[in-house]
Write a protein that binds this ligand. Structure first.
Ligand SMILES: Nc1nc2c(c(=O)[nH]1)N[C@H]1C(S)=C(S)[C@@H](COP(=O)(O)O)O[C@H]1N2
Ligand SMILES: [Mo]
Length: 417
């Protein structure tokens, strides 16, 4: 039994006794609710009495009408097409983000691309420049890998915002299985010339979004992805083709990819000069801060939830790192005075979300829930104050500081750091 449960009085040594879900102060599970409604807990409900709807209606399935999930706009659009929507992480389970709930970040909206007319050009410092159709790419050797994608602007440096839900504080984070051609396969095909060191990737959207990617990073598992969780990419995720660079800020994963140009130095595009740099306290700016360092967050309880009755409640969350695998996650329920090791749920994949969980009893008083991830390099997710002491508060991107939730005595949950 985990250490924090040993303090709870136990009526029974069985697991059921420990959870004490039925009856008592922590009652209120389905059986009890059904009994209230019908007076008979084993009565046959109406949906068991006649055959249900036939299958294939609609042909592409949808969630139950009782599930009311949606992405939510994160920022008011600054100019036409600029938008972002957050994944409702607080309502999801496991590590995979359903395609319809993957977060979105568009600098000039979602282009409507005809896959038959779309082309990928690769040129610059290469022996054999190429122009590829989607059919050409899909015929090539393929890989499928599960990785997280996080916008480096996901969690602003604002400190505690009591009104925030998880969708607002961490929603520009999703995780999917990406299928496509490894970029290194294509680079071998075109033959990179001596002196080549960077690759420009350019999107076919009206923003013409482009970033420079070091050749080493491009060869470290980057994918020319055409599928996501088993089906072709969603238009919002870059249909028909996106670059997917695992472990680094989402901005490098250029959607609607139309061109790759190999060069001997970075191309100094708008997105790596005026944007996606980190302003330091001395006025200098850090450029090319690619990697997403270890980070974690508790997904439940989280902001906006209302705990109703004291009793057992599993604390659950997600941890991730751009440097490989998550090695451990610790959870505190008292604002960081004491930490306990959470259980990591497998599979623990590289540059992927990892689920963690910890049994907890809410005794009814205030609590301050925090989580802290450690990755396989030994890097430990820092407190916000430690980040601020080095980087000041002018930075906008790459906030991976410890954050969590405050549980009020009456059970209301709000954002806290
Ligand atoms: N062509 C293009 N690629 C793009 C963007 C864009 O606006 N245009 N947004 C970038 C940013 S800032 C992020 S965080 C990710 C978001 O990917 P998603 O919308 O699939 O979640 O795509 C990146 N690739
Ligand atoms: Mo982003």
């Amino acid at each position: 039994m985990p250490s924090d449960t040993s303090r709870a009085p136990r009526r029974s040594s069985s697991r059921r006794g420990f959870l004490r879900l039925a009856g008592g102060a922590a009652g209120g599970i389905a059986t009890a609710a059904h009994a209230l409604e019908t007076g008979d807990p084993l009565a046959i409900p109406e949906w068991s009495r006649t055959p249900g709807a036939p299958s294939a209606s609609p042909p592409y399935g949808r969630p139950s009408p009782y599930e009311n999930l949606g992405r939510k706009s994160r920022t008011p659009p600054a100019f036409p097409g600029a938008s972002s929507t957050g994944t409702p992480l607080q309502h999801l389970h496991g590590i995979i983000t359903p395609n319809g709930l993957h977060f979105e970040r568009h600098h000039a909206g979602v282009p409507a691309i005809d896959p038959v007319r779309h082309r990928l050009a690769i040129h610059g410092l290469v022996e054999r420049p190429l122009i590829l159709t989607m059919d050409d790419l899909v015929r090539m050797p393929s890989v499928s890998r599960i990785h997280f994608l996080e916008c480096s602007g996901n969690t602003p440096w604002l400190g505690a915002k009591p009104g925030w839900t998880l969708q607002e504080s961490h929603g520009l984070l999703s995780c999917a299985e990406w299928t496509g051609v490894e970029l290194s396969t294509l680079l071998d095909e075109v033959g990179v010339k001596p002196g080549a060191a960077w690759i420009l990737a350019e999107g076919a959207d009206a923003a013409g979004m482009s970033r420079s990617i070091p050749l080493d990073l491009a060869r470290d598992g980057a994918i020319l992805a055409y599928a996501q969780n088993g089906e072709r990419l969603r238009p919002e995720q870059g249909y028909p083709l996106r670059l997917f660079v695992p472990g680094v800020e989402g901005n490098l994963s250029i959607k609607w990819l139309r061109r790759l140009k190999v060069g001997d130095q970075p191309f100094q595009t708008r997105e790596e000069t005026s944007k996606y740099t980190d302003l330091m306290p001395d006025g200098s700016a850090r450029q090319f801060t690619f990697v997403m360092e270890a980070k974690s967050v508790i997904t439940t309880p989280s902001g906006g939830e209302q705990l109703r009755a004291p009793g057992f409640r599993e604390i659950r969350g997600l941890a991730w790192t751009g440097r490989g695998r998550i090695a451990g996650v610790e959870v505190s329920t008292d604002g960081g005075a004491r930490w306990q090791a959470a259980v990591l749920e497998g599979p623990i994949l590289t540059r992927c979300l990892t689920r963690f969980r910890l049994p907890w009893r809410w005794e009814g008083g205030p609590a301050h829930l925090l989580s802290r991830a450690t990755d396989e390099t030994g890097y430990v997710q820092p407190p916000r104050a430690a980040l601020v002491s080095v980087r000041g508060i002018q930075s906008f991107y790459h906030n991976n500081g410890i954050a969590g939730w405050h549980v009020a005595a009456e059970g209301g949950v709000s954002h806290a750091v």
